[in-house]
Write a protein of this length. Structure first.
Length: 466
């Protein structure tokens, strides 16, 4: 059996309660020296001690033994691929030792490196930021939400449990969900649902009117999105306590970030209701992650099916770990979720070598690609365009593109990779501002980490390289 080490968690638990090691040992019925060894991760914890922790301190063993090592180690290894560390990069054994014996130091290092990346990622916008009176190092609400979801591995067991109980054990066919939802909102929450003309909801898709006890849906919404919005509203109201508890765990303090996070958590809940975990995972495996098939099977949109696949990270029943990226036609990243160690840019566009940009040339068709990051990690990525609701004749072709990616070892589980054996692997980066590939002919900015001056006697592939 796998050994479980809980040193940093146990020490934090003891200090929060103001106890000495001797007092904790007495409370748990173990020796002081054993508590000391547990805290230093020199002994693994037994099931009996875990049970006594629950009985004595009311701590769920699943929380205190939560294994974040994989995510932290992946982030640590990725950070140390930065060219800054070329002169003396620690090996894997040293990194694991740092994780075990100095988890606080590792967390501080990762925070420092993320701050450094955020700073370099903003260098080209310093002037605008200063003019607006903004804070240079402040993360956007989207970034803080993304970081929280990543810490949770893009999986929220509490919301999954609530979603499973949503229909009280009944199994509603996709074709019957919309009327069933309207009945449920009326009977349980006293809410009426009305579909109104686009003109009555100016540039708005859905509005929950608390005073009139109404949910207004725009005619501009297609059927899958009308259904999704109704479950979203139900989640906001019925799961308020669960959402509040998760927000308390997020570490987010600003009002904008909290409201943004609440919306994303309600979206998560809606997806979990419409695409139940076990059935969706089984269907995804059976069809080799054919997202058009999954969308049809569960009565959702292509984008909703893709997003749901990134959340299938339940311990013991995990799907393929995906990252999800959505961009507009200008290359701006408009949504991102990540269950992998692939690094997604917080600001600016995605790498121009990613074929997610090319997918705009072939609307509605899957564009597959193998890519390699500067740290030599490889991924299989597939992209496709998705359409947004159109309100007027002056707002046509509201098209975005989504990219889904997984580590290359999972490519065989994805049907879109079939027939691509031996395909070329494209070298990419996070984005131009932080990418170390100096000889890239697609470079749009001088990377902040590349300090070599341009040789005026030679013209390279771009004006940033000679």
């Amino acid at each position: 059996m796998q050994k479980t080490f809980i040193g940093p968690h146990l020490r934090r638990l003891r200090l929060e309660r103001g106890e000495t090691q001797a007092q904790m040992g007495k409370a748990l019925g173990i020796s002081t020296s054993y508590v000391n060894l547990l805290e230093k991760n020199e002994r693994s914890v037994s099931a009996a001690v875990m049970l006594r922790l629950f009985e004595t301190y009311g701590v769920d063993w699943r929380e205190i033994a939560e294994d974040e090592d994989t995510t932290v180690l992946a982030d640590l290894r990725a950070s140390l691929q930065d060219p800054l560390f070329d002169a003396g990069r620690p090996d894997l054994t040293q990194l694991r030792a740092a994780q075990v014996h100095s988890p606080g130091l590792v967390a501080c290092f990762l925070h420092l490196h993320r701050t450094y990346l955020a700073t370099t990622d903003r260098l080209l916008s310093v002037t605008d930021t200063a003019a607006e009176g903004g804070t240079l190092l402040a993360s956007s609400p989207e970034a803080t939400v993304h970081d929280f979801f990543r810490r949770k591995r893009n999986h929220f067991a509490e919301l999954e449990t609530s979603a499973e109980a949503f229909w009280d054990g009944r199994r509603i066919a996709p074709d019957d969900i919309y009327p069933a939802l309207k009945d449920r909102l009326r009977d349980r929450l006293g809410l009426a649902v009305r579909v109104v003309p686009v003109a009555d909801l100016h540039l708005t898709l859905r509005e929950y009117d608390e005073t009139r006890h109404e949910v207004l849906l725009s005619e501009g919404l297609d059927h899958p999105n009308r259904v999704f919005q109704l479950v979203h509203v139900a989640g906001l109201i019925e799961q308020r306590a669960t959402l509040d508890a998760l927000l308390d765990q997020s570490g987010i303090t600003d009002a904008q970030g909290l409201s943004r996070c609440r919306v994303e958590l309600a979206n998560y809940f809606a997806a979990a209701v419409l695409m139940p975990y076990d059935r969706f995972l089984a269907e995804a495996r059976a069809c080799k992650y054919d997202f058009d098939h999954l969308a049809t099977r569960f009565g959702v949109s292509f984008e909703q099916a893709c997003h749901r696949a990134t959340t299938l990270q339940r311990s013991g029943a995990q799907g393929v770990p995906f990252f999800f990226l959505r961009i507009d036609k200008a290359g701006n990243v408009t949504k991102r979720f990540n269950a992998t160690d692939f690094h997604l840019a917080e600001h600016g566009g995605a790498c121009p070598r990613l074929d997610v940009h090319t997918s705009f040339r072939t609307p509605g068709r899957i564009v597959p690609q193998f890519v390699e990051m500067p740290d030599a990690s490889q991924f299989f990525v597939f992209s496709r365009t998705v359409d947004r609701p159109t309100f007027t004749r002056h707002a046509q072709d509201l098209r975005l593109a989504v990219a889904m990616g997984c580590a290359i070892e999972h490519a065989g589980e994805i049907g879109y990779s079939e027939g691509l054996t031996g395909a070329r692997v494209t070298p990419i980066g996070i984005n131009c501002r932080v990418c170390p590939r100096s000889n890239c002919d697609q470079r749009a900015h001088q990377a902040a980490i590349l300090a070599t001056p341009v040789d005026e006697r030679r013209r390279g592939a771009t004006r940033y390289e000679s």
